[in-house]
Every structure is written in structure tokens, then in C-alpha cells.
Design a protein around this ligand. Structure first.
Ligand code: C2E
Ligand code: CA
Ligand code: CA
Length: 860
């Protein structure tokens, strides 16, 4: 074998800055080898003579064999080392015996030229290779002639000496190559030691040559016989190499999806992916460009973006690549010219997730001197891109849900959730300024909406939000809370500065707006309150700003700064009753579903239905604000009916699509007081052909205390039907344990206020842990709600909690999003096989069995 030099095509630009860069050094090595070759040939005795006679055309045959052995080279991996397997020792040994040194070297050079032209080897690499090849053969000849005379020699001696000679030449040649490569990549000694360790494969090759030579010495034509076993050996090695490579690839690729899919965060997925891809392909750079129309334009890079592609992910180039349907592409490598940078060999593959191409995966320049990507590598990149698609789609969905959860769809501003979060996080500022909350409300918005229509109303809100945004400072945070209600968190040094900001907002509102061709003037009212850093509940500052705003509006003041006496004079703001009645009639209410995760199996086995109200003017009204109103006015019956009917119908639809989930629906106290509730529930279950045990009804702890005998009857009836019962918000009420013990409940939900602080507040940790133990002692399944991150999830798992629900698993989702979420897979480290009925029943039974097993002796 010769580890025929995959010598460098060109030096890296940094190195060529030195006067005597690696390219020049390699040229010197080549020069030394060529000179040594000539010197040896000239000084050899009888250098025009061969040991044995052969037909005149024999040098041509040997040249052909040289060319063939170079073309048929392949790599095998053995004990993690890449070995180059070639058969060049066979022609070398024939040349040593049948051709004179000078003609032998010429034959070898000729054969190598054929190879170089076939493979389009660069001149630089060719010169180096030719001098190494010539040198190897010259050294081998020198060894031969030093041991055996040309005219007296036995066949046996010839074979043995030729073997030693060929080996010596090849080993010296491989040192020269190691030396050349080390000019670019460093590590001379390591490389030479490696060559020595791997020289056993040279021995194998040389023995093949010896067998052939031995036969040839008996009769030249019998040598043809040896072609069969040698060819067979060659084929076996080659197959073995391919198979081992494929197994290794498979193994790597298999791990790839797992490693990349560990996160839900799009950036993390992308960065993990490019790092992995670069590692797997031994590439200098790997780049992932996200091009999906419904996703962000983003670029994740490992290494550096190659100069021949745009580094802007929004560039037309990427979009066009994504739109073109040609599959993977390979861009051939080119050395750099005077003022054009070198182009590394590049593979481009589309990331296609069935809905279309969502990104482009680029891999550039395999590491190592002058390496090329192989055909297999292209397949592998395509394969990795395929694996990546599901994780990326999952990350995009996650990002979209996160964004929607924090932003208002109409204006794109942060929404109420995001605003409250912001208020919390700026409560303690240390730049010496105060934090003010400004509550803004348009004065005649309802009229605009009613007379010009929702479309005009939307337009007004958008224009207003843009104008106010233009007046804000860099630290101000502007959000749309609901309908025509906006708010600003503004750091300002003095009250006057805050009032100045309010004034500029009012000014913006009162500049005429053109809606449907009409010029309209609306005014706004602003309430201001200062955030008190010592106040534990930031929500109270929001309420103060709200009260001030309400006062400004009702007294046509424009701006009002909160004063304590305002508080007493403010009537209840929400005149929601009429609105809510309409809402139920006009289908403004809808249901969202929040997945519940079974911690032992990692399966999502249920979802909680949560009501949502999209008020045409107020926007999203939080359930806390209107559920109470509904309870007080008796509208809760309709609301609960809506939740039951929509929820159960949705569960049925999901079952039909192969996702067997349980459904939790919240009940209010008033529902429990209604003796007809069990019949209503039964009606919806039957209408949808859904078995009762699929449904869990959540009852808050406090509602159990009201009129216990009546609620007790309802609870017992529901239980007898097979409906499951759950105690919601556990820990916030004061239910007596003895009462809990008698109730036929199955599940306890630890209130989210404890769960949220479980990692930071040791008291909350104790409460959560003891609630879990308590529940288990009672033979109940325990659910933790409000689980916002993975650390909490892990802690709960350690505590032996049975189920978890919260933002870190998923936010509440609309029915269609839930289905998409279930399909796209859920959470990393969790299982996401669609649950068929049997798997669902089994998981439920296992959890229940555990609860039964844990029940303290003597209970129930
Ligand atoms: P709940 O029954 O305790 O519902 C859980 C609440 O926690 C939901 O708020 C949910 O969106 C929120 N949540 C879920 N995961 C997390 C998390 O990781 N972090 C935080 N901070 N919150 C999380 P939502 O939808 O605003 O509902 C609030 C309350 O309104 C519910 O509390 C429930 O008492 C009531 N409610 C909601 N829908 C209905 C309904 O259909 N009927 C009745 N009677 N009450 C309902
Ligand atoms: Ca609940
Ligand atoms: Ca709850």
C-alpha cells in the first residue's frame, strides 16, 4: 500500500502570509524526494537491467496496474483508524523484478499520470505525489540491488527480498506524506508513529504482491491465477469498509435526532444541530438557514459562513434554494485566485418537513488536507436534514405559541401577560429613577366600533399603538392589555416627567385619524400610578393606575395621577354582565386545552379545558375577571355547559384521530349546587359516545365547604356515573382533612402558587412535598399545576408527583393547535407516540394502581 498523498490543494490563507508557508515547505519536500530519486537511479549498479526477462510491452502492463491500483484505492476504518487500502505493492514488486529501475520509475510515473488526469488532481498535489511514488520505487530498487546481484539469484530469494524492498519503499514514502501533511495540520511525530502502527496493512498488501510475484516467477502466465484471490481479498475489504461505515453512520444519525431534539428552543436546536452536523461530517463549517415563510429568518453557524454564500438569512439566495425543488446540491471546491477567496467543497440540502422546505442545511469543506466529501456524505447530509425537520418544526411551533402567548395578535404589542411580567421584573430598579405605570384608554372607541364596524375599530387601535410607540423612550414598555386598553411601564425621574409622557400620548390620540375615508378624532384618558418597590404585590400598582384612569375618564380630565381618596369613589369597573350574556350567545367564548403529563410514563394523557373570552372591544378577558361575574349572575350554567359540550366533542374528535386523552373541566360552586348537573354531564357524554371515566371534573377546595350536604349528593352521583373528581387549587382553602377523606375524589391538584416557588422557597417546597405525601396516603393521584420550567418538573418527579401541568409542558392551546402539538411530538425526554385506547387505559390503570398501593393502611 501507499498512503498516496491526498496532499493539500492550497494552503490556508493565514499560513501563506508567512514567507515560507506550508505550501512552500511541501514543494521543498517534493524537490528533495525527486533529487533523491535521481541520485539513487544514477548511482545504482546495472540500472538499465532487470532481474528477469519479460516481454517488451511489460512496462505498459505494469504502468496500467499502477494506474488501476491508484484508482481502486479506498479507506477502511479499523479500530478507529482510517486505513488506506490499495494494491500498489503488486505492481511495485513486479517492477522490481521484471523491469529495470529507470523504466520501472517511468512506468510508475506514467500510471500515476493516468490516475491524475482521471481524478483531476491539482498540479500541486500531482507534483508531490509523483515525486513520492518515484522515490518509493527508487528506494525499493536500491534495497534490492544492495542484497541481490542482478545475474545470480534464486526465485525464493528474489521474492523475499522484493517483499522487504517494497515494504521499505512504501514505509519511507508514507513518512514523506506524513511529513507533508503535518506542514498543514501539525503533529509530525504523532503522524509518523501512526504510520508505523498502521504499517501492518502494508505488510498484508506486500504479501499479496509476493504471492503474485512467486507465481509469475514460475511462469508469467500463471500469475493471472493469483488475480482471483487478490481480487477477492480486495472486494471483501472494500465491502467491509462500506458496511462498517454505514453502521457507524446509522449509529451517529440515530443519536443525532435525540441530541438535537433535547430542547424546544429554536436557537438551541439549531446550534446543537450545526455543531453535530459539522462533527459527524468532519466539516469545517455547518450552517442552518431557516427559510419557512411562517417562521423566523435565522441562521445558525458552526465554524464560519463560507464566503461564497450570503451571510444574511433573508437573502434571496436562500429563499430561491428553498423554493427550487432539486434536492441536495454539491458545489465543487475551488482554490482561491488573486482576489477571490477559495471555495470549499459544499453540500447543500433542503430541510423538508412535509409541509414544505423550512430551511437549508449547508456543510462546507471537510476537515483535513484536501479531503473531499464522498457520495455517502451527500446522502448523510440529506438524512440529517430529514432528521432535523421534525425538531425544527417543533421549535417553530413552540416559538410561535410562546410569541402568541405574550403578544397581541392585532397590534403586535406585548399583551397583558407580558406586561404583568414586565411590571414584576422592573419593580426593583437601581438606577435611581422611579417606575410609573400609565394606563391608557381610548374614550370613544366603542362608538367607532359600533358605527364604523370592527374593521375601523381595529384600524384605529393599530394606528394609535404605532403613534404612541413613536413617542416612547428606549426603556419604556408598551402593551395592549385588552380592547382599547393600553399600558406603559415607564422609568422616569419625577412625577412631572411621567405626566409629560401621558400628555404626549393624549396628543397622539387626538390627532385626526382617517378611517374608511372619514377623519376622526378620538381622545384618550390616562391614569398614572407609581410602582412602590416595597409593595409585595405589583398587581396593586396596576389597579391604582386603573382607578386613576377610570377617574380621568369619568371626569373628562384627560390625565389623573393616583391619589388614595380616588380608591373609595370608584364604582366596579366591569359592567360585564350584558357583554357576557351576549358573549355566550354569540360564541365569543371558546375552549383552550392545556396538556397534563403523566410523569411516570412521560406521556400526555389528559388535557384541562380552560375557557377563553375574546371580547370584540376589550380583547381577551381573563377568566378570573368574568367567571366570578358568571357565577354571581347564574350565567355559569351556560358557561359550564359550553365547556362540557365543546370539550367532550373535542375529546371525541381527538380519539377519532388516534389521540386518546382524558378531559378535565372546571366546575364552580354553583354547578355543584345544581341537582341536575349529573344528568347534564351524562347527556353530553352519551351524545358524543364518550365513556364517563374519560372525564374529570375539577372542584375547587373552597367550593366544597358551601352547603356541604347538597354538593355532596351531586358529587356522589357523578362518582357513581364513573366521572372522576379532582380537588383544584389544593392548599389555598381550608378544607378539613377528615372531609376530604370521605369524598370519592381521585385527584388532588397542588395549587400553582406553591409549585411556582418550589425551588426557591423552602416552605413552599415542604408544602408541595407534604401535599404529595398526603394525597398518596389518601390513595389519590397528585397533579402539580403551574409547572413553568424543567427544573421544577424534575423536582416534582423526585417528590413522586404523579402528573404535571404547566407552561413548560405547554401553554393552553386552541383545539387545532393541540392537535398539531400532539402530532408534532411534545416535549423532549417525553414520549410522544399517539396514545391508542389500550395504551391510554394501561397508563391510567398503572397510575391508579400506584395510588392504590400507596394508600396508607386503614384508609377508606
Ligand atoms: P385553574 O383551574 O387553576 O387553571 C389553571 C390556570 O393556570 C389557567 O389560567 C392556566 O392558563 C394557568 N396556567 C397553566 N400553566 C401555568 C403555568 O405554568 N404558569 C402560570 N402562571 N399559569 C399557568 P386561566 O386559564 O387564566 O384560568 C384561571 C382560572 O379561571 C382557572 O384556574 C379556573 O379557576 C378558572 N377557569 C378557567 N376556565 C374555567 C371554566 O371553564 N369554568 C370555570 N368554572 N372556571 C374556569
Ligand atoms: Ca383547574
Ligand atoms: Ca388550579
Amino acid at each position: 500500500m501507499t498512503a498516496h498523498a491526498d496532499a493539500p490543494t492550497d494552503g490556508s490563507s493565514v499560513l501563506t502570509q508567512f514567507r515560507f508557508g506550508p505550501n512552500a515547505q511541501v514543494r521543498v519536500i517534493a524537490g528533495v524526494l525527486a533529487a533523491a530519486t535521481i541520485l539513487i537511479l544514477v548511482s545504482l549498479p546495472d540500472s538499465g537491467q532487470a532481474y528477469r526477462d519479460a516481454p517488451d510491452f511489460f512496462p505498459l502492463v505494469v504502468a496500467g496496474l499502477f494506474a488501476f491500483s491508484l484508482l481502486a484505492v479506498f479507506h477502511v476504518e479499523f479500530r478507529r483508524e482510517a486505513l488506506t487500502f490499495s494494491l500498489s505493492e503488486v505492481p511495485i514488486m513486479l517492477a522490481l523484478v521484471y523491469i529495470s529501475p529507470v523504466y520501472g520509475v517511468l512506468a510508475r510515473l506514467g500510471g500515476s499520470l493516468v490516475w491524475a488526469m482521471w481524478r483531476r488532481v491539482t498540479p500541486f498535489k500531482l507534483v508531490f505525489n509523483l515525486s513520492t511514488f518515484a522515490f518509493e520505487l527508487a528506494v525499493a530498487h536500491a534495497v534490492m540491488r544492495a542484497i541481490v546481484d542482478v545475474d545470480d539469484s534464486s526465485n525464493t530469494l528474489l521474492v523475499i527480498v522484493a517483499l522487504v524492498a517494497a515494504l521499505t519503499g512504501s514505509i519511507l514514502g508514507s513518512f514523506a506524506i506524513a511529513l507533508a501533511i503535518s506542514r498543514f495540520e501539525g503533529g509530525v511525530l504523532v503522524r509518523i508513529v501512526d504510520e508505523i502502527r498502521n504499517s501492518w496493512i502494508l505488510v498484508v498488501n506486500a504479501i499479496c504482491g509476493a504471492v503474485l510475484l512467486g507465481l509469475a516467477l514460475i511462469s508469467l502466465s500463471s500469475a493471472v491465477l493469483a488475480v482471483v484471490p487478490i481480487g477477492a481479498l480486495w472486494l471483501v475489504m472494500r465491502r467491509h469498509g462500506e458496511l462498517a461505515q454505514r453502521l457507524r453512520d446509522l449509529d451517529e444519525v440515530h443519536g443525532f435526532a435525540g441530541r438535537v431534539g433535547r430542547s424546544l428552543d429554536l436557537d438551541e436546536i439549531g446550534h446543537a444541530a450545526v455543531a453535530e452536523v459539522a462533527r459527524l461530517l468532519r466539516a469545517k463549517a455547518a450552517v442552518l438557514v431557516l427559510t419557512a415563510a411562517d417562521g423566523p429568518n435565522a441562521m445558525m453557524v458552526h465554524g464560519e459562513v463560507p464566503a461564497h454564500v450570503p451571510s444574511d438569512p433573508a437573502h434571496r439566495y436562500w429563499r430561491e434554494l428553498a423554493l427550487g425543488e432539486q434536492g441536495a446540491q454539491v458545489i465543487e471546491g475551488r482554490p482561491g485566485r488573486r482576489n477571490r477567496p477559495a471555495v470549499p467543497e459544499t453540500i447543500l440540502a433542503p430541510v423538508d418537513d412535509e409541509t414544505g422546505v423550512i430551511g437549508i442545511l449547508l456543510v462546507a469543506g471537510p476537515d483535513g488536507v484536501g479531503q473531499h466529501f464522498g457520495v455517502d456524505d451527500v446522502d448523510q447530509v440529506v438524512n440529517l436534514a430529514e432528521q432535523l425537520a421534525a425538531s425544527l418544526r417543533k421549535g417553530m411551533l413552540h416559538r410561535q405559541i410562546e410569541h402568541e402567548a405574550r403578544h397581541d395578535g392585532l397590534t403586535g404589542l406585548p399583551n397583558r401577560n407580558a406586561f404583568e411580567y414586565q411590571v414584576q421584573s422592573v419593580a426593583h430598579r437601581d438606577d435611581g429613577r422611579n417606575t410609573y405605570l400609565l394606563m391608557l384608554d381610548l374614550d370613544r372607541f366603542k362608538e367607532v366600533n359600533d358605527t364604523l364596524g370592527h374593521h375601523a375599530g381595529d384600524d384605529l387601535l393599530i394606528q394609535f399603538s404605532r403613534r404612541v410607540t413613536s413617542r416612547l423612550g428606549p426603556d419604556d414598555f408598551f402593551a395592549r392589555l385588552a380592547g382599547d386598553e393600553f399600558a406603559i411601564v415607564a422609568p422616569r425621574s419625577t412625577d412631572d416627567d411621567a405626566i409629560e409622557l401621558a400628555r404626549s400620548c393624549i396628543e397622539e390620540a387626538s390627532r385626526p385619524v382617517t378611517l374608511d375615508g372619514l377623519s376622526i378624532v378620538v381622545t384618550a384618558s390616562v391614569g398614572i400610578a407609581e410602582l412602590d418597590p416595597d409593595e409585595a404585590d405589583e398587581g396593586r400598582a396596576l389597579r391604582r393606575a386603573d382607578i386613576a384612569m377610570y377617574n380621568a375618564k369619568s371626569h373628562h380630565l384627560g390625565i389623573e395621577f393616583f391619589r388614595a381618596e380616588l380608591d373609595r369613589r370608584t364604582p366596579a369597573r366591569l359592567s360585564m354582565l350584558g357583554d357576557l350574556r351576549d358573549a355566550i350567545g354569540q360564541a365569543q367564548l371558546h375552549v383552550e386545552y392545556q396538556p397534563k403529563l403523566d410523569l411516570a410514563s412521560g406521556l400526555v394523557t389528559a388535557a384541562e379545558a380552560l375557557v377563553r373570552w375574546n371580547h370584540p372591544v376589550r380583547g381577551a378577558v381573563p377568566p378570573h375577571d368574568f367567571v366570578r361575574v358568571a357565577e354571581e349572575t347564574g350565567l355559569i350554567k351556560q358557561l359550564t355547559d359550553l365547556m362540557l359540550s365543546d370539550g367532550i366533542a373535542e375529546v371525541k374528535r381527538l380519539h377519532d384521530r388516534g389521540h386518546h386523552l382524558g378531559l378535565s373541566v372546571n366546575l364552580s360552586t354553583h354547578d355543584l349546587l345544581d341537582a341536575k348537573l349529573p344528568a347534564r354531564v351524562a347527556g353530553y357524554l352519551e351524545a358524543n359516545d364518550v365513556p364517563a371515566h374519560v372525564l374529570t371534573l375539577e372542584i375547587t377546595e373552597s367550593s366544597l365547604l358551601i352547603d356541604a350536604p347538597r354538593t355532596r349528593t351531586t358529587i356522589d352521583e357523578l362518582h357513581e356515573m364513573g366521572v372522576r373528581l379532582s380537588i383544584d387549587d389544593f392548599g389555598t382553602g381550608y378544607s378539613s382533612l377528615s372531609y376530604l377523606r370521605q369524598l370519592p375524589v381521585r385527584e388532588l391538584k397542588v395549587d400553582q402558587s406553591f409549585v411556582a416557588n418550589v425551588l426557591i422557597d423552602s416552605q413552599d417546597e415542604v408544602i408541595v412535598r407534604s401535599t404529595i405525601d398526603l394525597g398518596h396516603n389518601l390513595g389519590l393521584e397528585v397533579v402539580a399545576e403551574g409547572v413553568e420550567n424543567n427544573e421544577i418538573l424534575e423536582r416534582l418527579r423526585e417528590f413522586g408527583c404523579d402528573m404535571a401541568q404547566g407552561y413548560c409542558i405547554s401553554r393552553p392551546l386552541s383545539a387545532s393547535k393541540l392537535l398539531a402539538w400532539l402530532n408534532v411530538t411534545s416535549i423532549p425526554s417525553l414520549r410522544h407516540d399517539p396514545l391508542d385506547l389500550a395504551a391510554w387505559e394501561a397508563t391510567e390503570a398503572e397510575r391508579w394502581q400506584r395510588a392504590e398501593d400507596r394508600r396508607a393502611p386503614g384508609r377508606r
